[in-house]
Design a binder for this molecule. Structure first.
Ligand code: PLP
Length: 425
């Protein structure tokens, strides 16, 4: 996918890495200026961009303008005069370059979960003579829950859950859809999209990719992989804000047949005809259901306007350099055999984050957050550190990796307040 060699001197760095070394990497970082476009609190090293991306500075002004001027003054006229009605397609078009897709193949609406439902049912309808949905047990649970829900609604449809990496063996002439998360939300391992899509195609199945942990983390080439359908999240690496709408991709060659189940007026060819019969709109517009969430979309567009200024391959190169630096600092300084890398050690095989395993992972992460190093935790024992190259510095990598080693080495996690589970981990 990407053959850039991460900072070559880093790979051969034999001496103990120190903060000065990391600060020098920041000086030669071509993406360093990007950080100025984000709000980042002082004293925080933010490594949770794969869960909630940071706030773009322009987002507040954009949202304020939508609320005060477009909503406050323009009122209902703004659907036309401020281009509100076009926002799902316009913003989809800004996501498309990150996916290796065309602008008119992507649209923004609803949440990832709801979009998974829509496209999973649509995929089944593209293969009416087949009844099996194949998913991996390592998939994000919401994806599995949605598949189960679809199964329940469709007598005769069967969900087959296979172990990670075993999709090949499940492919036969009964499989309608293979539904996979491209970058594993726990370990960050990347699926081979080109290979799996081709195998599924040969077996006559549609692949529905969940790109939530891929978009903005790794360069994608949906056209090159001849991908059918995809969904992804707006609030992770895209920096669209908490609960930002999600996106859907439908390859052009499927757009005329695609038939999604939440048929509502915004997906109608002529919503303001108020016709009693449903006629789907042309293209990805038919994937829309109800009225778009304009305030959320305005915040989301602010994040995408930053993405559209940068080269995704440089972003990936910096992401790999940062995660390799993190791994190296931990390897050089940690003596605790219980602290282990749970992500692939080959950076080309992992997405935008690192997972480290530790039996006290939850408490270790709480102790880190207490020190201003913010990552997150996934059961049973994984600490995740996300690398968002648009706003993270190599010096932040130093801070976080060093803090991780310090918390583990000194047992600073061993305190009752760090063991109390919060609602969101
Ligand atoms: C984050 C994520 C989701 C989130 O779904 P929502 O409907 O936005 O809550 C779904 N799938 C995967 C793989 C994710 O990483």
């Amino acid at each position: 996918m990407n053959n850039h060699i991460p900072h070559a001197d880093l790979a051969s760095h034999a001496n103990l890495i120190d903060r000065e070394y990391c600060e020098r990497l920041d000086i030669s970082d071509r993406l360093a200026e990007c950080r100025k476009q984000f709000v980042l609190p002082a004293g925080v090293a933010y490594f949770d961009g794969m869960s909630l991306g940071a706030l773009p500075k322009i987002a507040s002004d954009r949202v304020a303008a939508v609320i005060e001027s477009q909503w406050g003054e323009g009122l209902v006229r703004s659907w036309n005069t401020a281009g509100w009605i076009e926002m799902p397609q316009r913003i989809g078009g800004k996501i498309a370059p990150l996916l290796g897709a065309d602008a008119d193949e992507v649209v923004v609406a609803d949440s990832t979960s709801v979009n998974l439902f829509k496209l999973l049912v649509a995929a089944l309808r593209l293969r009416p003579d087949r009844r099996v949905i194949v998913i991996e047990s390592s998939n994000f649970p919401t994806d599995i829950y949605i598949a189960r829900g679809v199964e329940e609604l469709h007598p005769g449809v069967e969900v087959k859950i296979v172990p990670g990496g075993q999709v090949d063996h499940a492919l036969d002439d009964k499989v309608a859809v293979v539904m996979l998360t491209h970058v594993d939300f726990k370990t960050a391992e990347i699926h081979n999209m080109a290979k799996i899509t081709a195998r599924a195609r040969d077996a006559g199945a549609i692949v529905l990719w969940d790109l939530s942990h891929s978009t903005g983390a790794v360069p994608l080439d949906l056209h090159g992989c001849d991908a059918d359908l995809a969904v992804g999240c707006g609030y992770k690496y895209l920096n669209g804000g908490p609960g930002a709408p999600a996106f859907m991709f439908v390859a052009r060659h499927h757009q005329e047949q695609i038939d999604q189940p939440i048929t509502a007026w915004m997906g109608h060819a002529k919503p303001f005809d108020f016709d009693l019969n449903y006629t789907p709109a042309q293209g990805v517009k038919r994937l829309l259901s109800g009225t778009p969430m304009i305030v959320s979309l305005a915040a989301m567009e602010a994040g995408l306007d930053i993405w559209n200024q940068v080269d995704l391959h440089s972003v990936r190169e910096k992401s790999i350099a940062m995660s390799e630096l993190f791994v190296r600092i931990v390897a050089q300084r940690s003596t605790d055999p219980q602290l282990k890398l749970a992500s692939p050690s080959d950076p080309k095989r992992r997405g935008g984050h690192l997972a480290f395993q530790h039996p006290q992972g939850y408490a270790v992460m709480q102790a880190l957050i207490d020190r201003g190093v913010i990552g997150d935790f996934r059961d049973p024992d994984l600490m995740r550190f996300g690398f968002a190259p648009l706003y993270l510095r190599f010096a932040d990598v130093w801070t976080a990796a060093n803090a991780l080693v310090e918390v583990v080495e000194t047992n600073a996690w061993d305190h009752p307040r760090f063991r109390e589970r919060a609602a969101v981990t």
